[in-house]
Ligand binder design. Structure first.
Ligand code: S3P
Length: 428
């Protein structure tokens, strides 16, 4: 297992780029494969999770090749995927397994899909239940992977989502494209809407009115060119670094700022952080901008309700900002964190405790007592094989007394293989 010692940082004025958005990269491969014609993907995220999705579609007969800096997906159109010869493997990716359950459910063949040790502990019932309502058939291990999918004819349903989950919603939308009748999905709280935007961009018959999505099947979708913006979930680490490092100004360029993902910007503003959004533009249906953060005096806040799905993946690094702030930060309504790559309520609280931060674990979140800029105490950090825990605490190290030793860092490759190189550049 690899580990890295990260030293504190005294000052930093840098402009950086982060890698492409993970959610959009997965969807570009999946939707591109189901479309007719060629889809060109620029700035595709070459990280474990998305490369596994590309391999899954190759195994189902889709030609996917890298040409220069672009990925080309030679879409086969709906109902033309081939039965894979072996078990489909998503590695660590919750997005890959859940979205693909929606696609596989509608194929006219049987397939098996599974993933790594973390994936087989994550709940799949949340997708299996509504897909079964659509007529799909599965065999699973009590709602856990490996899942055998007995693909077949689906019919549309009206489904009210019990949890805010873009993965579940997207699985249903992808299945709905193949169904015999229309599907309506209703969300209580809006989760990321990249699938809706991309399906529209590819020409699907989809209507979104507030929290209601309606998909009518029967229309072929057509291959397009997609530019994948920088991932705000990766940018988040450097945005927080810009706030907690002394004498800092960090610009992250070309970041996706889809409103369903910008909870972190709102949280930073609420904490009193200095943040500016510049050069806003729209690229293939997704808003993109540069984000600048500067050294700030932060104050504790409450984060809960509809804000949670808009910053769910950023909570590990927001917890670092909270630990640095003045006063307490309450994170609530976030029980979903317990079903991520690790139980993030536990893994955040455990590591905050190690670096000398007072924290109380709650069923649906935590209360963090900020140290008002006091440097974090030297410790080992256990990532528990969770990429976002490893990266969040690498950022905490920048504002520590003697650095931090981050253990088990290979996991960073699932979403952001360039993370440590960029971190080194910040220091240079
Ligand atoms: C994702 C949705 C989110 C997020 C995950 C990626 C997606 O999960 O945490 O990292 O690409 O759809 P939910 O399904 O819980 O929204």
């Amino acid at each position: 297992m690899k580990k890295i010692h990260i030293n504190p940082l005294k000052k930093c004025k840098k402009s950086i780029l982060v890698q492409g958005d993970k959610s959009i990269s997965h969807r570009a491969i999946i939707i591109g494969s189901l479309a007719r014609g060629v889809t060109k993907i620029k700035n595709f995220l070459e990280a474990g999770d998305c490369l596994n999705t590309a391999d899954i579609y190759r195994q189902m007969g889709v030609k996917i090749e890298k040409k220069g800096a672009e990925y080309l997906v030679y879409g086969r159109g709906l109902f033309n995927l081939r039965q894979p010869a072996k078990t489909l493997y998503v590695g660590n990716s919750g997005t890959a397994i859940r979205l693909n359950l929606g696609v596989l459910a509608a194929q006219r063949f049987t397939s098996i899909i599974t993933g790594d040790a973390q994936i087989i502990k994550r709940p799949m019932k949340r997708v299996i239940t509504p897909l079964t309502e659509m007529g799909a058939k599965f065999e699973s291990h009590g709602g856990y992977a490996p899942v055998t999918v007995l693909g077949g004819v689906l019919h549309g349903i009206t489904y009210e989502m019990p949890e805010a989950s873009a993965q579940v919603k997207s699985a249903l939308m992808l299945a709905a494209l193949h169904a015999e009748s229309a599907t309506t999905i209703i969300e209580k709280e809006k989760s990321r809407d990249h699938t809706e935007r991309m399906l529209k961009y590819f020409g699907a018959d989809i209507k979104v009115i507030k929290n209601k999505i309606k998909i009518k099947p029967g229309k072929e979708i057509m291959g397009r060119t997609i530019y994948v913006p920088g991932d705000i979930s990766s940018a988040a680490f450097f945005m927080i670094a810009g706030l907690i490092v002394k004498n800092a100004e960090i610009t992250v360029k070309g970041i996706g700022v889809n409103p369903s993902r910008t909870g972190i910007i709102d949280a930073i503003k609420k904490m009193g952080g200095k943040i500016t959004i510049k050069n806003s533009k729209n690229i293939n249906g997704e808003p993109v901008a540069d984000i600048v953060t500067k050294t700030s005096k932060l104050k504790g806040i409450t984060i809960g309700g509809a804000m949670i799905p808009r910053l769910i993946d950023e909570i590990p690094v927001i917890a670092i900002a909270a630990a640095f702030a003045k006063g307490k930060t309450v994170i609530k309504d976030a029980e979903e964190l317990r079903y991520k790559e690790t139980d993030r309520i536990k893994t955040i609280c455990d590591n905050l405790g190690r670096i000398g931060v007072k924290v109380e674990e709650k069923k649906d979140g935590m209360i963090i007592y900020g140290g008002e800029g006091k440097p974090f105490k030297y410790s080992d950090i256990i990532s528990y094989g969770d990429h976002r825990i490893a990266m969040a605490f690498s950022i905490a190290a920048l504002s520590s007394d003697n650095g931090l030793l981050i253990k088990d860092i290979e996991c960073v490759g699932t979403s952001f293989p360039e993370f440590f190189n960029i971190l080194t550049k910040l220091k240079g």
